[in-house]
Design a protein around this ligand. Structure first.
Ligand code: ATP
Ligand code: MG
Length: 594
C-alpha cells in the first residue's frame, strides 16, 4: 500500500520545541514522529511508530536467535514482591506508586526482576527445566529526577528486558555471553557506533555488569578507554592504590597559622609563602581536602559523611552517586555547619592537635562519630597538609596510618584524561555516550530474596542464579536519530527508516503526478515501503519536508520528466543522480535491497 503524504497523520513544524536540548529531540518533534504528552512522556505518531516497530523487530529477532522466549508482563504491579527485595524502598522517589480503590499499594514497573523470578518459581521446580531465558518488550515507568532530551530519558519508556535462569555459575556465564553476543549483533544492525564498558550495578545489585554505550556528545554517561583495551563507565573506574610509603622520617603533625585559606588554592599559596619546602614547591596534591556530605538513605535516615581526597582532585558527583546508591547525598548547608561546631568549614581534617598531641578527629572512633572515608591514594605512610579543625589553621605532616585511620575507602575523585588505566593498559581517554543496553550477572540476589529454588541432579534444593539484560528500545530510536540527523533534519539508515523511498512529485503538470503515482505503484508492488508526496505544495516546501522527514532515498519526479528522467537523492550524502524513468524502479529496488 502506498502511503500518501496528503493523507498521512503528520505535521512538520518550523519551530524547535522550547525544551529541546539535543538534535534528536528537536527533529523527532519537528518531523512529527513524536509529541510530548507530559514531561518525559511522549505520544508516538505514525512515522515514529514505524521506526519504533523496526527497532523492536531487530531486538526481538536477536533475542529469539539465542533461544530467549517472549512473554509480556503487566506494567501495573503489586507491592509485595518489591517489598521482599527492598526495592519498594530503595527505588525511592523514582518509583511511581499507585493505590487502588481498596487502599492496596501498586507500582508502575521500573524493571521486572521480581516478577520474572516469581513466575519461574511458580512454574519450574527442577534443574531439567533450566537454562531458561525469557524476555519482554514493554513500557517502563521511572519518575526520573531529570527527564531530558525527549526519548533519551523519559519517565515512560520502552525497554526490552530479559532474564536468564541457570542452575550454576557456569550456566550463568554462558547465558550472559549469549546475551552479550546478541547485543553486539543488535547494536550493529541498528548502525550505532558503540563501546562495551565495565559498569556499576546500581540499585540492581549483583556482580559483573557491562553497558553498551552509543558514542555521542549528547550522552549523559562519561566513559574512559585506554589504548590497551580497558573501557569503563566513569562510575566504575577503580583507582589503583599507590604503594605504601615509609613515614619514619616525617616529624610529628604540627599546626601552622594559615589565615584566610578556606580554599585549596589559597592554602597552597600560603604554604609556599609561610613554610616553603626545601626540595620543591607545595602543590595541591600535597593537601588532603575533606568534604562533608549529608547522605540520605532511602528510608529517610540521614548521616554525615566526610570524604578525604588529594586537594588537586574534585569529587565527581556521578561517581559519588553511584558509590552510595541507593542512598543520595546533599552538600552541607551553613545551618548544618552551625549544628556541628566540630566541623569548621574550610578547615576540616582527620586529626586535631590538643596540647601538642595529635588525636584522631574524624571517623567513627573520633569525638564527632562522623564516618570518614578516604580516596585510594591516601595510603598508609603518605603525609599531608590538612585542616586542623580550628579556623585559620592547618596541620602539616599529618601521616595516614600513623595519625589517623579512615573507616574505609571511597573512590569518588574525578578521573582525568591521561590518568593511568587501572589495569596498566595505558592512559585513559574520556568520552561521552548514551547507555543503550546494560547486562548484569545478578547471581542469587533475587532468587534468594524470593525463594526461587529447584532440585538439582542429586535431588538437593539449590538456589537458581540469574542474569538480567536491558535494552532501551525507545531510547534507541532517539540515539540513532541523534547519530544520523544533520542541520536539515532526520536522516534514517535503511534498516530503520519508516519508508524505504519518498517519491516527490513537483510542479502542477498532471503528467508529473501520474508518473509519480506509477513509479510509487511499481516500487510498492516490488515490496518497498513508499511514501508519496502528492500534496499541492511548492517544490521548496516539499524538498524541505523530505529533508526533515529523513527517508534515506528521495525520488523527485518533476521537470526532468519531459526528458525522460527522474532525480534520485541520497538523504545522508546529498548525492543526486539522474535516472531514466523506465529504469527508475529497478534502480531503486537495487538501492534499497542491495
Ligand atoms: P540510566 O543510567 O541511563 O538511568 P539505568 O542504568 O537506570 O539507565 P537500566 O536499569 O540498566 O537503566 O535499564 C536498561 C536500559 O533501559 C538502559 O540501558 C537504557 O537504555 C534504558 N533506559 C533506562 N532508563 C531510561 C529512561 N529514563 N528513558 C529511556 N530509556 C531508559
Ligand atoms: Mg544501567
Amino acid at each position: 500500500m502506498i502511503t500518501r503524504l496528503s493523507q498521512l497523520f503528520v505535521r512538520t513544524l518550523r519551530e524547535d520545541p522550547a525544551d529541546a536540548e539535543v538534535a534528536s529531540h528537536r527533529w523527532l518533534v519537528r518531523a512529527g514522529y513524536i509529541r510530548r504528552a507530559a514531561p518525559g512522556i511522549y505520544t508516538w505518531l505514525p512515522l515514529g511508530l514505524r521506526v519504533l516497530h523496526k527497532v523492536e523487530n531487530v531486538v526481538r529477532e536477536e533475542m529469539n536467535a539465542i533461544g530467549a522466549q517472549e512473554v509480556l508482563f503487566p506494567a501495573l504491579l503489586p507491592r509485595e514482591p518489591y517489598e521482599a527485595t527492598h526495592r519498594w524502598v530503595d527505588y525511592g522517589p523514582n518509583l511511581f506508586r499507585v493505590v487502588d480503590r481498596k487502599g492496596a499499594d501498586y507500582l508502575l514497573g521500573p524493571t521486572h526482576e521480581e516478577m520474572f523470578t516469581l513466575l519461574v518459581k511458580d512454574l519450574y521446580s527442577s534443574y531439567k527445566d533450566l537454562p531458561l531465558s525469557i524476555y519482554q518488550i514493554q513500557t517502563k515507568y521511572r519518575d526520573e529526577a531529570r527527564p531530558r532530551a525527549g526519548l533519551l530519558r523519559g519517565r515512560e519508556f520502552i525497554m526490552k528486558d530479559s532474564y536468564s535462569f541457570d542452575i550454576d555459575d557456569e550456566g550463568l556465564e554462558a547465558s550472559y555471553q549469549a546475551h552479550r553476543e546478541a547485543y553486539v549483533r543488535m547494536f550493529d544492525r541498528l548502525g550505532l557506533d558503540y563501546v562495551i564498558v565495565q559498569a556499576t550495578s546500581g540499585a540492581m545489585g549483583g556482580s559483573a555488569s557491562e553497558e553498551f554505550l552509543a558514542v555521542s556528545a549528547s550522552g549523559e554517561d562519561t566513559f574512559v578507554r585506554s589504548p590497551g583495551g580497558y573501557a569503563a563507565n566513569i562510575e566504575a573506574v577503580t583507582t589503583p592504590a599507590p604503594p605504601e610509603e615509609d613515614a619514619s622520617g616525617v616529624g610529628p603533625a604540627r599546626p601552622v597559622d594559615t589565615p584566610g585559606t578556606g580554599t585549596i588554592d589559597q592554602l597552597v599559596e600560603a604554604a609556599n609563602r609561610a613554610f616553603p619546602r626545601a626540595d620543591r614547591a607545595w602543590t595541591a596534591a600535597d593537601t588532603l581536602k575533606n568534604i562533608v556530605f549529608k547522605v540520605v538513605h532511602p528510608n529517610g535516615r540521614s548521616e554525615l559523611l566526610v570524604v578525604g581526597l588529594p586537594g588537586d582532585r574534585e569529587v565527581d558527583v556521578k561517581r559519588l552517586e553511584a558509590a552510595i546508591a541507593p542512598a543520595e547525598f546533599a552538600p552541607l548547608a551553613d545551618e548544618d555547619f552551625a549544628a556541628h561546631p566540630g566541623l569548621v568549614k574550610g578547615y576540616i581534617g582527620p586529626v586535631s592537635v590538643s596540647e601538642g598531641v595529635a588525636v584522631q578527629h574524624l571517623g567513627s572512633a573520633g569525638p564527632l562519630g562522623v564516618r570518614y572515608l578516604t580516596d585510594p591514594r591516601v595510603v598508609s605512610g603518605t603525609s599531608w597538609i590538612t585542616g586542623a579543625n580550628v579556623a585559620d589553621t592547618h596541620l602539616v605532616d599529618v601521616v595516614a596510618g600513623r595519625d589517623f585511620t579512615a573507616d574505609g575507602q571511597l573512590d569518588v575523585a574525578e578521573v582525568r584524561d591521561g590518568d593511568p588505566a587501572p589495569d596498566g593498559s595505558g592512559p585513559l581517554r574520556l568520552a561521552r555516550g548514551i547507555e543503550m543496553g546494560h547486562i548484569f550477572q545478578l547471581g542469587r540476589k533475587y532468587a534468594d530474596a524470593l525463594g526461587l529454588k529447584v532440585l538439582d541432579a542429586n535431588g538437593k534444593l539449590v538456589t537458581v542464579t540469574m542474569g538480567s539484560y536491558g535494552v532501551g528500545v525507545s531510547r534507541a530510536v532517539a540515539a540513532v536519530a541523534e547519530a544520523t540527523c544533520d542541520e536539515k533534519g532526520l536522516a534514517w539508515p535503511r534498516a530503520l527508516a519508516p519508508f524505504d523511498v519518498q517519491v516527490v512529485a513537483t510542479g502542477k503538470d498532471p503528467a508529473v503526478f501520474a508518473a509519480a503515482e506509477q513509479l510509487a505503484a511499481e516500487l510498492d508492488s516490488a515490496g518497498l515501503a513508499v511514501l508519496l508526496d502528492d500534496r499541492k505544495a511548492s517544490p521548496g516546501v516539499k524538498f524541505a519536508d523530505a529533508e526533515v522527514l529523513g527517508m534515506p532515498t528521495v525520488v523527485v519526479v518533476g521537470r526532468g520528466l519531459a526528458d525522460g528522467v527522474v532525480e534520485v537523492r541520497d538523504r545522508a550524502t546529498g548525492e543526486r543522480t539522474e535516472v531514466e524513468v523506465a529504469a527508475a524502479a529497478a534502480h531503486l529496488v537495487a538501492l534499497v535491497t542491495g
